[in-house]
Write a protein that binds this ligand. Structure first.
Ligand code: PLP
Length: 394
């Protein structure tokens, strides 16, 4: 009989053990509501950790993006610049507000928003008198975007920046936390993120007045009156006090989680990185990625087929792996949306990444033996590739 093995997930929740104490406290005090001491404490600890003046805990990262865009004045008929290479939740809130995304390509050096494409998009859109209301920057898989250049360009065109840091909590650029460069930063605590509340999100900013407005909008926009009075449309977007308790305990171990994910990345790099066709998501100089997911590409002929084989073989071995995000400008949902490429001609950078890349299991609770199981399957598939290459060459 073969040894029994368990399924290896891409990024499963990893509890610290302290969560239950905060949940129990919520039960003891009967704060089973979207208000209470865990929420206040979680907001304060998050804003301290990242170095922002304030924070607002909400029900999801998507809700936080929606609120931030509304606070930036995005509305009917507006446009927002947004990376194409990201999860759909980055762009959907643009549409919630009746605005349209304009997609921008990635750059090879960070896989994130290309400053070259961004500059061209801002220049051409502005000269056509379609001044975008905001620019969304994403730090994909925890890797920092080129914030120095991006902020300089956005300041030059006076367009505010919203950082979708849903995947990058704990990542830094020259020592500064992701999510603290733009007017607003957003984190996600979905079950698969580096820390989780099962579901939840956080909006951070130095503009505490705007954050008060966000909390107002997130609690049905109730005017200051004894009776129920409403002048604007709000949402039911606040985080539960029970879940904020999970968040408090998770935040206490965030640094350990970053270290664990970085160690997992290094083990992949040390083994698979030796193979000629393998490349990993680069880490921009002066930045520290939380390596939420280890993302790998194959730089060889037929890479697309090999990635397909890899996904099949990993699935057969009960290992969860995923392709990289499919660019949003290729999604049926956004058919016809504008797209600015990094290269003025030829294949876009994000399309190439999508074709040739894969995300590997990266959970902070994954043991060395489990990771070796993943590496063995990949090495076997890539080993075949190497043989084929040698045969073709001879
Ligand atoms: C997870 C994620 C979101 C959405 O966060 P939720 O908490 O799941 O709503 C947004 N953007 C990116 C890049 C994400 O990975």
């Amino acid at each position: 009989m073969s040894k029994q093995t368990s399924r290896i997930y891409l990024s499963p929740p990893h509890m610290s053990g302290n969560e239950q104490a905060y949940i129990d406290e919520a039960f003891r005090s009967n704060w089973i509501a979207p208000i209470g001491p865990n929420i206040t404490a979680f907001e304060q600890q998050m804003s301290e950790y990242v170095g922002a003046r304030g924070a607002a805990a909400v029900s999801s990262g998507t809700a936080a993006i929606h609120l931030a865009l509304q606070l930036l004045g995005v509305g009917d008929g507006d446009t927002v610049l947004c990376p194409s290479f990201t999860f759909v939740a980055t762009a959907n809130p643009i549409r919630y507000l009746g605005a349209e995304p304009i997609f921008v390509d990635s750059e090879p050096g960070t896989w994130n928003l290309s400053p070259i494409a961004l500059e061209r998009a801002l220049r051409l859109e502005t000269s056509a008198e379609r001044i975008p209301k905001a620019v969304i920057v994403v730090h994909l898989y925890g890797g920092m975007a080129n914030m120095g250049e991006i902020m300089e360009i956005c300041e030059r065109y006076r367009v505010p920046v919203l950082e979708d840091a849903a995947e990058s909590l704990g990542s830094t650029y020259r020592g500064r936390q992701s999510g603290t460069f733009g007017a607003f930063g957003v984190y996600s605590f979905n079950g698969n993120k580096i820390i989780t509340t099962s579901g939840g999100g956080m909006l951070v900013s130095d503009n505490t007045e705007a954050l008060e407005r966000a909390k107002f909008l997130a609690t049905q926009a109730r005017d200051a009156a004894g009776h129920y009075q409403h002048s604007v449309m709000g949402y039911n977007y606040r985080m539960s006090n029970v879940l904020a308790g999970i968040g408090r305990a998770q935040l206490e171990v965030l640094e350990q989680r970053v270290e664990a994910r970085r160690a997992i990345y290094r083990r992949y790099e040390d083994t698979l990185g030796k193979m000629k066709s393998v490349a990993f998501m680069p880490e921009l100089e002066g930045t520290r990625s939380n390596r939420w997911l280890t993302a790998m590409t194959l730089q060889c002929a037929g890479a697309e087929t090999v990635i397909g084989n890899l996904l099949d073989e990993l699935a057969k071995a009960d290992i969860e792996a995923r392709p990289l995000w499919k660019p949003l400008h290729l999604q049926p949902l956004f058919k016809g949306a504008a797209f600015y490429g990094h290269n003025e001609q030829g294949v876009s950078v994000c399309e190439e990444l999508f074709r040739t890349g894969i995300c590997l299991p990266s959970g902070s609770s994954m043991g060395t033996e489990e990771q070796e199981r993943v590496i063995r399957v990949i090495a076997e598939v890539l080993g075949d590739l190497r043989t084929e290459k040698t045969e073709a060459a001879s």
